[in-house]
Design a protein around this ligand. Sequence first.
Ligand code: AMP
Ligand code: MG
Length: 507
Amino acid sequence: MADTWAMNTATPDSTAAAAAGFRFDNTYARALEGFFVPWQAAQVPAPVLLKLNRELAAELGLDPVALDGPLGAAIFSGNQAPEGATPIAQAYAGHQFGGFSPQLGDGRALLLGELIDRHGRRRDIAFKGSGRTPFSRGGDGKAALGPVLREYLMGEAMHALGIPTTRALAVVASGEQVFRDTGALPGAVLTRVAASHLRVGTFQFFATRGSTEQLRMLADYTIARHDPELAGQPQPYLALLRAVTERQAALIARWMGVGFIHGVMNTDNMTLSGETIDYGPCAFMDAYDPGTVFSSIDSQGRYAYGNQPGIAQWNLARLAETLLPLLHEDADTAVAMATEVVGEFAAAYQQHWTAELGRKLGLAAESPDDAALANDWLDLLQSQRVDFTLAFRQLTAFARAGDGAALRALFADAAPLDAWLARWQARSAADPAARAEAMRLANPLYIPRNHLVEAALSAAVEQGDQAPFERLLSVLQRPFDARDGLGDYAVPAPPETMAGYRTFCGT
Ligand code: AMP
Ligand code: MG
């Protein structure tokens, strides 16, 4: 593919950065020629390092001290390629809101390469907002500071909640403006760390435009990277589909358990690794309602909170279609094999979701009545529009201290709650203190509340005041530990102030 686009041949100075500790080992660029375009980041006029994730840098074997200054600004803006980087723009396709786009690709992203972290895990280091590439279509290849800080915050919040996710390593203000519908905005470059950037859409690109041989190379690469134990099996590609199905079932159950709404579950935004990726219009639900949608572009509610499991399965069916030629030479047999595995998603998801709800409700040993108990709880929250996060957290407080006042205060009509609590208490725990502590660790107190996120971002972007962002980040880094003086971080905005709240892709 490289020959179909003009190459950007600028050679950046790649000498001074050795001290930062980058030891790249770039298997994607080595093994998958034709799956990407070698490219360079655009130079930015006045890079300022706004954020370095020091803990993550150390985990990656990098030197946080060396990077926390002008060197970090130069490297994480794209102005100076770190030694050993082989920047590439990856090709991928994708179903966006159900319609297929045969060519998307990294239109404003670059994969610098891979590092092996302190735990021996291979991780991608990539830019977002680093300028135009051959995949940019009409876009400018840039990112605005607000959405970049949002991605940083959301990724760290998800990580602290224990949910698999890509994470932000750095944010650099570029010193240039980017132009969006709302006007001129300060530009920024995000550095993102991921288990890989293999997407359902990566497979779709090569299934529709490449050869079966390329598809096999991609599948073999994915297996080697994420599921090496499958390599010797009789049906490795079917086993890969099953492994991805299982990972996504587990991931979506975790999203649902914290009220996370991704907002744009297009197939190009779904990973093979099972990590959450591409924080655009995502948001956390306040009042429990499966129909909740925040994204301004999701007018049909396709990616509403309650639709996420079904959409994940739909996306997995698109992945399965791409694998058909690798599964069996007889097309009908291949379809039957793939259909069976994708069909397993429903039971796998149900199992993960039941376990998640069981943890959140303190129902450790399963009992036949649990499903009804859990469903009735959710019905109660929905009918009285109760805050999802607080309801579970106050149930936790009730489990610990037996005082239901704060829980009751969340409900307009406490009578059905009391009836439900009587049933819940009948499921008595052998060790109430242990149950309460287990519930605390399953039910966060602090989530990225929409009004807090907006306030932190507008202070940073409009006033250049990063303090609210830093404070919110530090609260979200310990979501389960109640701390004095943080009451404002634990409650939703008054409903009227956030009525009609909308999120944007920021593109
Ligand atoms: P996303 O909505 O971020 O998942 O992106 C969907 C597709 O649009 C991907 O191919 C992106 O690379 C591309 N894209 C998004 N924003 C821009 C931009 N500002 N410039 C170029 N391409 C973009
Ligand atoms: Mg995307």
